[in-house]
Design a protein. Sequence first.
Length: 58
Amino acid sequence: MIWSALSYPPLVTIDLGVLSVSPHGIFTAVGFLAGSCLGLIGIVSVVLLGQLNLLERR
């Protein structure tokens, strides 16, 4: 496959016993989780504000 030609070994790895992790992977995961939390907070706030507007109109 073409994707195998695009792979490269991580430049920096941290060895934690039998586990070897890359800071790039850790920060990618943290960013993904932060973005999903912010997105969910935004959706919830829009829904709540929409419900408040509907209550005011009645």
